[in-house]
Design a protein around this ligand. Structure first.
Ligand SMILES: [Zn+2]
Ligand SMILES: [Zn+2]
Length: 756
């Protein structure tokens, strides 16, 4: 069937006499893209108009009905009616899909057909669009009915990268092109519990409905979960909402972010205190899901075809114990944040992912509606690449096999950090069995033309380096690029320069240039960390500035590829600005404005585990005490140096670091002497200097990986330092199990200095 011949239209787009808005929109999209491809502007006509020759029937119409093609339609609370058909009948091509509710089936049919012609939307905006140029467009017979593998298919911008109005608009279009949806679900977002028992209405008059915090005060943002009246009011709120809004298919609620809890005696008595692996706090699951289930059961009596949704996040990732029956209308957004994002679900070398599988298997065995909240990028905020295709390829069929409803993915507008993840995600959300290698190859060929082979190998090299790493990490934590990247750097350098040498056309050249800048950005980061490990903090800072300059360069090409950190997030852990602040502090003291460097402490220290907690008694802080000390690099966490088992469980408990170093003889009389320990990632830290305990912190705020576990420790050792001699430092650290992201020990260079 010929649609365009030598830039001349050979077909007509036909819609119903009274087309739906969506059909009209879809017809225009088709018309525009056919013109972009072939310069031919195909006419759009209504079916009652005089139409001859080939036709493309867009959306529902009498003509489609007459051809007895079944087009998906209808919408129920099961939300499993989405779909579309692409079919040739006689001299007509039918592009139509389910338009009921919020379904975008007809638009999807058009975009999918355009993909058949070679169009792609790899990234939002013009930058990511590939449109083939054709003199003639002709198609063979087609007969496809498509339905998605997952009902919910969302990626949203969480705000960790700056996003302009244009970026939002481009993203909306990209989402349509790649068949994402939101279906107006009432998402159980953090803090949405406020909707159940509004505090404006009840807090003053009925404080007993609300949770008690640790200090014994009532808090208005959380409810008392064992108070029967709280349940009754919650049920009423949801029923009223459903009565007033017949089209509303779900009501979601979740407690505030963090570790919500009610400390009233009754609530505390009903918490069995099972750890839930991730934070070390007792789990709220048992109490929370009992509460949610009671509400769902009551609502079910009147509304068996609406969902009561809550989330399984933070201290509620585990299934509750002791609930015999779950209400059929209870659904969960499973948001297991304490799960390594580098490895696939069920990966045996990654305890976090095997645990994840165990949790999700049970949820999906138990509830009728389970969907997944995940994180992409799932690494730190320093905007380094997050290769996740190797995981998506494995995980999406798994999620499909478990009958999950889909995804609510927390993303950012940083498309060279996530690179092809969102595109591959979108494709797999629609078809979990899609061929991922083929998708990547197609991307490389269409986007990089002559450089395709090099870029393809570049992508998989980086993917496999991450897949194979034995280091683990979760969202918001620093990925160990300093150890993952160097072994593959030479190969990637080579591929990158080969790619640059092979591109011919200016369009592909610019795309390769973006990759080059992202590559250099990564190298600059690794250089920054390497110089800092050598104690050359000032040089490290210069590499940080180079990273910022590279971001400027990329931003000139397009925003949202390799963005700067938004202003409000500068202080947040793991951003480049945060790195700079730390290195500036160290550079100032180690020979900068603030102090003079007396000596760098060695990078390698003695190291000894103390699982039985006897080191203090045997005075392991003294030279020569204790046997079998190992050697460890104090600029990398101990997990990366063999102190973790085959499943990736890092050592936890107490461990000792010890070293000796020469203190110069010529320190001016009266000058104070300071010891700076670069960073210690542990809950407790005790420091001895020349056999005398100097300073300790028993319970550092470590669980969320916040500042104090990453920032340097500065100690005045003037009274204990001996100039002209070998001095000794010992550091005892304590880790309580199991952190969601094992990172034990001293991991930044230490030194001795004197203030100017
Ligand atoms: Zn309570
Ligand atoms: Zn892992």
């Amino acid at each position: 069937m010929v649609l365009v011949e030598q830039h001349k239209p050979q077909t007509t787009i036909v819609v119903a006499n009274e087309p739906s808005e969506q059909a009209e929109e879809a017809a225009c999209i088709l018309q525009d893209y056919i013109e972009k491809i072939s310069d031919a502007r195909v006419e759009i006509k209504k079916e009652s108009e005089d139409v001859s020759g080939n036709t493309i029937l867009v959306g529902h119409s009498q003509m489609v009905k007459d051809s007895s093609i079944e087009v998906p339609s209808g919408v129920t609370f099961q939300l499993n009616e989405e779909g579309f058909v692409i079919k040739t009948v006689g001299n007509s091509l039918i592009l139509a899909g389910n338009e009921d509710g919020e379904y975008r089936g007809t638009v999807y049919a058009v975009y999918t057909f355009l993909e058949e012609l070679g169009c792609r939307w790899f990234f939002p905006g013009e930058f990511g669009e590939v449109i083939p140029e054709m003199d003639t467009i002709s198609i063979n017979a087609m007969d496809r009915t498509e339905r998605p593998s997952f009902r919910i298919r969302n990626i949203w911008y969480s705000g960790w990268a700056p996003t302009t109005d244009q970026d939002h608009q481009d993203f909306r279009l990209w989402r349509d092109c790649n068949k994402l949806n939101t279906l107006s679900l009432s998402i159980p977002g953090d803090g949405s519990i406020r909707r159940l028992v509004p505090s404006e209405e009840y807090f003053e008059s009925s404080p007993h409905l609300f949770a008690i915090n640790k200090d014994g005060d009532r808090r208005s943002d959380m409810l008392c979960l064992s108070e029967p009246e709280t349940v009754n009011i919650s049920v009423k709120t949801i029923k009223d909402t459903f009565r007033d809004n017949p089209d509303t298919l779900s009501f979601g609620f979740a407690p505030p972010d963090g570790f919500p809890m009610c400390y009233c005696q009754r609530c505390q008595d009903s918490i069995p205190e099972f750890n839930h692996k991730g934070y070390g706090d007792p789990s709220l699951s048992d109490l929370w899901f009992r509460f949610a289930n009671c509400i769902a059961q009551e609502v079910y009596k009147e509304f068996p075809d609406r969902w009561v949704l809550t989330n399984g996040y933070a201290n509620r990732v585990r299934l509750p114990e002791g609930i015999a029956e779950f209400s059929p209308n209870l659904g969960i957004q499973s948001a297991i944040i304490a799960a390594c994002t580098l490895h696939p679900v069920g990966d045996k070398k990654c305890w976090q992912r095997t645990l994840y599988k165990q949790l999700l298997d049970r949820w999906t065995d138990t509830l009728n509606c389970v969907f997944v909240y995940d994180y992409d990028p799932g690494n730190s905020l320093v905007n380094l690449p997050f290769p996740a295709i190797h995981n998506l390829k494995h995980d999406m069929p798994y999620f499909r096999s478990r009958g999950t409803w889909g995804f609510w993915t927390e993303g950012t507008n940083s498309w060279m950090v996530t690179h092809l993840n969102y595109y591959v995600r979108a494709k797999l959300m629609w078809d979990a069995e899609a061929d991922v290698e083929a998708l990547v190859r197609d991307y490389c060929q269409k986007f990089y033309a002559d450089a395709a082979d090099m870029v393809e190998e570049y992508i998989w090299t980086l993917e496999s380096a991450v897949e194979q790493t034995a280091s683990h990490q979760t969202w918001g934590r620093l990925m160990q690029w300093r150890t993952i990247f160097p072994p593959v750097q030479q190969k990637l350098d080579y591929l990158m320069s080969q790619a640059e040498d092979s591109v011919q056309d200016s369009c592909s050249r610019q795309r390769v240039q973006v990759l080059r800048l992202v590559h250099n950005h990564m190298k600059a980061y690794v250089r920054m960390e390497q110089f800092a490990a050598q104690g050359q903090f000032q040089v490290g800072l210069e590499w940080a500035d180079k990273m910022l300059a590279i971001r400027d360069e990329v931003n000139i090409i397009k925003s949202g590829l390799l963005p700067h950190t938004p202003e409000w997030a500068h202080d947040f852990r793991t951003t480049l600005e945060w790195h700079k602040e730390i290195y500036q502090d160290l550079a100032d003291k180690a020979g900068g404005q603030e102090g003079e460097l007396l000596t760098l402490l060695p990078r390698q220290w003695e190291f000894k585990l103390d699982p039985k907690d006897v080191g203090v008694i045997y005075q392991w802080y003294l030279v020569g005490r204790g046997e079998d000390w190992a050697t460890i690099d104090t600029t990398l966490n101990w997990e990366g140096q063999g102190y973790q088992d085959q499943q990736g469980w890092g050592f936890w408990g107490k461990a000792w670091y010890r070293t000796g170093f020469h203190v110069p003889a010529d320190i001016e009389e009266g000058k104070s002497i300071w010891l700076t320990i670069g960073a210690v990632y542990n809950r407790g830290v005790w420091v001895w200097f020349n056999g005398m305990m100097q300073q300790f912190e028993k319970d550092r705020h470590w669980r969320l990986g916040h500042h104090d576990v990453r920032t340097p420790i500065h100690i005045d050792v003037t009274d204990w330092a001996r100039s002209g001699e070998i001095n000794h430092v010992a550091v005892l650290v304590n880790t309580t199990p199991p952190d969601r992201n094992p990172r034990g020990g001293i991991h930044r260079r230490s030194f001795l200095w004197t203030p100017r």
